[in-house]
Design a protein around this ligand. Structure first.
Ligand code: PLP
Length: 404
């Protein structure tokens, strides 16, 4: 008799966005004439930039000609894209990464959720609190997280690293020794970043205890402060203890096109086993390559025209972030993030719970955000707004918030 993977029954995750969607639906049926301002979900809104669109069209046409048609893509990605990534993301910053250390994929979510497969079942996993839920849920599915404690709102076997106002939303080293450490900077949901010196301390710590850092840099394109690290491989020794995840979703609007990549150095070796070789084996077995046309679009992100156009798009989002942050601070809110990331992390007023604040904004002024408690217990009392809306909607959100 077939039986299911019972670990899936332990998942709590989808509650957050399902509940938001239900509340929004109910509001809309009660208030059909109110225009909702949605600053909740972290999806981009600007269309694909013209230079990238041109590359897509060209590649589509190639698929219609026998001479230029392409079938299965190479498992690990086309050379043209891997070379462009290495040149533009790494060598231009003085980082020594080879093209065959780049694994092209359909996005960071697939990779940062699947990477745990190649590590031991009993690995001790450390995650930030609050956290991008994918790191937690993928370990729950794999049976590594233990049971969920309804009262504490935590999984028993995971190591949670509090990210608080006091530590600038960058965790301390945990009390219990982790084997795998998920870090994400610039951070979703807090919008805060990590300094190069602090990241180096994490790398040194991982090398000291033999842990691997799983570093999600999906938002690195939003870094404006030139002193901040764009890649963990800017740190000495990171090639021996870190894996990096990157995405074309937020820098170039590929949330619908789907493209990302993972970087694993050949120097990352655990007990004589090459992690690079294991991931290549896994990638080759379970994944048949990102579409040719999308990889050509990815290449165009690095053309001088494409790069200029996406810089403009990012600047537009960051103008929203800066406006939202300043206006909320002027209105008396305590606000974090929004300087090197497209997320604003604000403290709810008068100690309100995250969900009460969500209800207040929705019911009174028709503004939708994301309750911080949905990202973990330390997110309670916080609220996330995204800068991915239009400038007009950001202005309107603030106008309405000021009326509260
Ligand atoms: N990592 C973080 C921290 C994210 O916030 C997201 C998407 O919101 C992703 C990864 C997923 O990126 P992709 O669209 O490349 O799968």
């Amino acid at each position: 008799m077939a039986t299911i993977n019972e670990n899936y029954l332990k998942l709590q995750g989808s509650y957050l966005f399902q509940t938001i969607a239900r509340k929004v639906r109910e509001y809309e049926s009660r208030n059909p004439d109110t225009r909702l301002i949605k600053l909740g979900i972290g999806d981009v809104t600007q269309p694909i930039a013209p230079a990238i669109l041109k590359a897509l069209h060209r590649a589509v046409d190639e698929m219609g000609e026998a001479q230029t048609f392409r079938g299965y893509a190479p498992d690990l990605g086309y050379e043209f894209l891997r070379n462009a990534i290495v040149e533009n993301e790494y060598r231009s910053r003085g980082i020594d990464i080879d093209a065959d250390e780049i694994f092209v994929s359909d996005g960071a979510k697939s990779d940062c959720s699947s990477i745990q497969e190649i590590f031991h079942q009993n690995s001790a996993v450390a995650v930030c609190d609050p956290v991008y839920p994918v790191y937690v849920d993928s370990n729950v599915m794999a049976g590594r997280a233990g049971d969920y404690d309804q009262e504490k709102k935590l999984y028993g076997n995971l190591i949670y690293m509090p990210c608080t106002e006091e530590n600038g939303f960058v965790p301390e080293f945990p009390d219990r020794r982790p084997d795998l450490i998920y870090l994400c900077y610039p951070n979703n949901p807090t919008g805060e970043s990590i300094t190069r010196a602090r990241l180096q301390e994490w790398v040194d710590y991982a090398l000291r205890i033999g842990a691997v850092i799983l570093y999600d840099a999906a938002y690195e394109a939003y870094i404006g402060d030139s002193s901040l690290p764009h890649s963990i491989f800017e740190c000495d020794g990171a090639r021996r203890c870190a894996i990096e995840f990157r995405s074309f979703s937020k820098n170039a609007g590929f949330t619908g096109l789907r493209l990302g990549f993972t970087v694993i150095s050949k120097q990352l070796v655990l007990a004589g086993q090459s992690v690079h070789a294991l991931w290549a084996r896994r990638h080759g077995t379970k994944y048949n390559g990102a579409p040719y046309i999308v990889q050509r679009a990815g290449e165009a992100v690095y053309s001088s025209e494409g790069a200029g156009q996406i810089r403009q798009q990012i600047a537009t989002y960051m103008k929203n972030a800066s406006f939202l942050k300043t206006a909320l601070a002027d209105a008396g809110y305590t606000v974090y993030g929004g300087e090197n990331a497209p997320y604003i992390w604000l403290k709810t007023p008068n100690g309100m719970s995250s969900w009460d604040f969500f209800d207040l904004l929705l019911d009174r002024i028709g503004v939708v955000g994301t309750p911080g408690s949905g990202f973990g217990p330390r997110g309670e009392g916080f609220f996330r707004l995204t800068a991915f809306g239009t400038y007009e909607n950001s202005l309107e959100a603030i106008r309405r918030i000021r009326t509260l």
